[in-house]
Design a protein around this ligand. Structure first.
Ligand SMILES: Cc1cc2nc3c(=O)[nH]c(=O)nc-3n(C[C@H](O)[C@H](O)[C@H](O)COP(=O)(O)OP(=O)(O)OC[C@H]3O[C@@H](n4cnc5c(N)ncnc54)[C@H](O)[C@@H]3O)c2cc1C
Ligand SMILES: *[C@@H]1O[C@H](CO)[C@@H](O)[C@H](O)[C@H]1NC(C)=O
Ligand SMILES: *[C@@H]1O[C@H](CO)[C@@H](O)[C@H](O)[C@H]1NC(C)=O
Ligand SMILES: *[C@@H]1O[C@H](CO)[C@@H](O)[C@H](O)[C@H]1NC(C)=O
Ligand SMILES: *[C@@H]1O[C@H](CO)[C@@H](O)[C@H](O)[C@H]1NC(C)=O
Ligand SMILES: *[C@@H]1O[C@H](CO)[C@@H](O)[C@H](O)[C@H]1NC(C)=O
Ligand SMILES: *[C@@H]1O[C@H](CO)[C@@H](O)[C@H](O)[C@H]1NC(C)=O
Ligand SMILES: *[C@@H]1O[C@H](CO)[C@@H](O)[C@H](O)[C@H]1NC(C)=O
Ligand SMILES: *[C@@H]1O[C@H](CO)[C@@H](O)[C@H](O)[C@H]1NC(C)=O
Ligand SMILES: *[C@@H]1O[C@H](CO)[C@@H](O)[C@H](O)[C@H]1NC(C)=O
Ligand SMILES: *[C@@H]1O[C@H](CO)[C@@H](O)[C@H](O)[C@H]1NC(C)=O
Length: 519
């Protein structure tokens, strides 16, 4: 590690080591070296292509890569990876560019490998597999699959990239039945630091196949194609209901009850729910609408007001006093657009943070304490942000992890996340926030971290602690300090380290691929 750092600092001053940026003292930058081999596929700052690519969901990626490389084939990726590692040049990789914190999707003064020109999508003749290039966004994969009457276990938001999503786990509408996105990858084609291109699947490079299912991509190689398992799929029924704050206890009670009795039990693994409490706009202490979202993996013959409204899983959720209640039956692509249009992005600064809690038979008192702690913290932080001349929107989201999902995760030798079936369901808890001013980045990260630590302590004390941190919702400090992979358990962390060592024996990816989540 130290040797590489030294080389980075000396780059350009030692003959034979390419520079990061081209200038008088540094005539052959790594960018020029790549350009000489990948002709027409390298862009420098201020070109239209560079500016378009260097745009991200979170305004915190306001960094300037030395150049952007646009590979169009697995061979281009492998060659670029070999060139940057051989010259000890810092680099990172962009798929959909949806990481919240700075440096997650981009790099200052280094090489950005942008996968946006690798967007092939092909459906197998038997409709059982969809092969996708790593630069795709979920909307395009979903729209390509839909005409065949199939769906993959993919994103619920249109512009999220396939690579980050699949390599960190992947929570989809099909979570309850199929596990995470990573549990439904048949094969990864991967470019290694050595310049080799290999396949990882249940029969070859099985250790790499295991590591890529949740272990973060950036320690092993760049995935150049994902072959995804596909399933027959009709339309989705969904309902978004919003209640005023004073209903939140009964809504949360119903949410946990339905999760336990209908989903965790296996009675209706097609059901999918999220619970969120959101402060957005308005005065700091304005009421928090409480949101319930349901999605059912069923077929278009069901219509609003029909059979579905009394569906076993959700009949208990028709609680009184809803402020709004929107029910729709749409294809997955249209559902993705309808349910996820709100929520900031492309211009706002963003911080996410993840933890999880376990449920139990008598969790109402604990859940109510969590809500109260959240409301107190969020109101206080919003007031502080107003005093700092900024505004902050904040949501706390619970997403159930149930036994049918845990069981699906054990397929093909299991994934790297270390999650197992349990007596009671668990909830992934995330706390996404958005604000406007760069000067408040550290302030918000610190405040969110303190709140999540408080929540973890409360959970531990009350016997509802869990520990798992979902990588793709994690915060900057969690990612940097390595707490996410540590949360997979010591044994899995050790195994991930060994696999990284095997496929990247000189530690070049761990040293040079900036960003986060190294085992
Ligand atoms: C609006 C929004 C909605 C979301 N919805 C969901 C959701 O429904 N479910 C869910 O689970 N998550 C969701 N997420 C989280 C999402 O999964 C993560 O942000 C994810 O990292 C995004 O992937 P990306 O490719 O867009 O990110 P990028 O920032 O492009 O990539 C993330 C990191 O992955 C690595 N990487 C990229 N491509 C490759 C590759 N080919 N090989 C190896 N490593 C690679 C790079 O190191 C990069 O830094 C959402 C995020 C947002 C902002
Ligand atoms: C040229 O780039 C090198 C390395 O990237 C750097 O060390 C050096 O200071 C730069 N020189 C000038 C004149 O900018
Ligand atoms: C993309 O698909 C086209 C046509 O099927 C094929 O020729 C090409 O090799 C594919 N590219 C990649 C990177 O898979
Ligand atoms: C770069 O490649 C050359 C030729 O294969 C090799 O001798 C050298 O050790 C490599 N350097 C690094 C840092 O990988
Ligand atoms: C992806 O889908 C969006 C929305 O349908 C469309 O505008 C865009 O052109 C598609 N991109 C590609 C590469 O197919
Ligand atoms: C999501 O997972 C990817 C792939 O491992 C990782 O690189 C990325 O940083 C994760 N997102 C967040 C927000 O940590
Ligand atoms: C709950 O809040 C709503 C909207 O703020 C209000 O109209 C209603 O009277 C309140 N109900 C109770 C029982 O306080
Ligand atoms: C959807 O329902 C109709 C009518 O019940 C049935 O004919 C069709 O096969 C179903 N489609 C799927 C994908 O289940
Ligand atoms: C939403 O509307 C449906 C259909 O009109 C109704 O059955 C249900 O009770 C309503 N739910 C809420 C929370 O208002
Ligand atoms: C916060 O939410 C409000 C209301 O939805 C919106 O108008 C505003 O732009 C959001 N602000 C930020 C910083 O996201
Ligand atoms: C990460 O490390 C920093 C500095 O060492 C510390 O302040 C912070 O609390 C740590 N966060 C986590 C989540 O471990």
């Amino acid at each position: 590690m130290r040797a590489f750092t030294a080389k980075i600092l000396l780059a350009g001053l030692i003959p034979g080591l390419p520079c990061l940026a081209q200038n008088d003292t540094c005539p052959t930058s790594i960018c020029e070296t790549i350009k000489s081999e990948l002709s027409g596929k390298v862009e420098y700052p201020d070109t239209a292509a560079y500016i378009k690519t260097n745009t991200y969901w979170s305004a915190r990626q306001d960094l300037m890569p030395s150049c952007i490389v646009y590979p169009t084939s697995p061979e281009d990726v492998a060659r670029t990876l070999w060139l940057v590692t051989n010259s000890s040049s810092p680099f990172t990789v962009k798929s959909g560019g949806h990481t919240a914190f700075d440096g997650g999707s981009s790099i200052q003064d280094g090489v950005l490998i942008a996968l946006e020109n690798m967007r092939n999508i092909s459906v197998s003749d038997d409709r059982g597999t969809v092969s996708i290039g790593p630069g795709n966004r979920w909307i395009n994969v979903t729209q390509a699959a839909e005409p065949y009457g199939i769906a993959v276990v993919g994103g619920r938001s249109p512009l999220v990239g396939v690579s980050g999503f699949l390599l960190g786990g992947g929570l989809s509408f099909l979570l309850g039945k199929r596990g995470m996105g990573c549990d439904n990858v048949r094969n990864y084609q991967v470019a290694l630091a050595s310049g080799e291109i290999v396949d990882a699947n249940p029969s070859s490079n099985t250790d790499l196949y295991w590591a890529l299912r949740g272990g973060a991509g950036s320690s092993y190689g760049i995935v150049t194609r994902f072959d995804l398992e596909a399933y027959p799929q009709g339309n989705i029924w969904s309902r978004l209901s919003v209640w005023p704050t004073n209903s939140s206890e009964s809504v949360l009670h119903t949410f946990t009850k339905v999760t336990r009795e209908k989903m965790h039990s296996g009675l209706d693994p097609d059901a999918h729910m999220m619970f969120g409490m959101s402060y957005a706009g308005g005065a700091p202490m304005d009421p928090i609408p409480t949101v319930f979202q349901f999605h059912l993996n069923l077929n278009s013959s069901y219509a609003p007001g029909g059979e579905f409204d009394t569906h076993a899983a959700f009949q208990e959720t028709a609680l009184p006093n809803a402020m709004s209640n929107t029910t729709e039956v749409l294809g997955i692509s249209a559902t993705i657009y309808r349910t996820t249009q709100g929520g900031g992005g492309f211009g706002d600064r963003e911080s996410w943070y993840a933890t999880s809690i376990s449920d139990g038979p008598y969790s109402d008192a604990f859940m109510n304490k969590v809500q109260a702690a959240y409301a107190a913290w969020a109101g206080d932080l919003r007031a502080k942000m107003t005093a700092r001349g900024d505004m902050l929107n904040v949501t706390m989201v619970f997403q159930p992890l149930t036994n049918p999902a845990f069981e699906a995760m054990q397929r093909n030798g299991g994934n790297a996340l270390g999650l197992k079936p349990k007596e009671y369901p668990s909830y992934i808890v995330s706390v996404p926030t958005t604000w406007n001013l760069k000067a408040n980045d550290d302030f918000v990260d610190g405040s969110v971290e303190a709140f999540v630590n408080q929540l973890d302590d409360m959970a531990k004390t009350a016997g509802f602690g869990h520990g798992y941190e979902y990588m793709n919702y994690s915060g900057k400090f969690q990612s940097k300090n390595g707490t996410v992979i540590a949360s997979y358990g010591k044994e899995n962390q050790e195994r991930l380290r060994e696999i990284a060592q095997k496929y990247d024996p000189n530690g070049q990816l761990r040293a040079l691929w900036t960003g986060y989540h190294k085992p």
